[in-house]
Design a protein around this ligand. Sequence first.
Ligand SMILES: [Zn+2]
Ligand SMILES: [Zn+2]
Length: 108
Amino acid sequence: MDLKKICDGCGKTPGQVTGFFATPSTALCGECVMRAAHALLSDRSEAPTVGESKLRAGECGFCGRSADHVTRMVVFPKMFVCNECVFMMIDGLLREKKDHSKFILPSP
Ligand SMILES: [Zn+2]
Ligand SMILES: [Zn+2]
């Protein structure tokens, strides 16, 4: 299976960013992961918006859990990502920051 190579948050490709996280159907670049983490930490409803109320149908693009099963969900234009996956990807970014366009598959 090929991994997706276009970020669902901003449309960038792995070569344009530092850090890239992808599954066959979902992808998020390092920049968008940082934006998501910032939104979670600042607890404000900026873009990407964090809003649990309108997320009943949303599932995390990486782990597949619904908003009911996670603490927080960050909304991107084309996908959702839960707080746990965001922080797992941040962890990956910190470890892999020297390595550009690295694909990391989070485990459920
Ligand atoms: Zn992005
Ligand atoms: Zn998740």
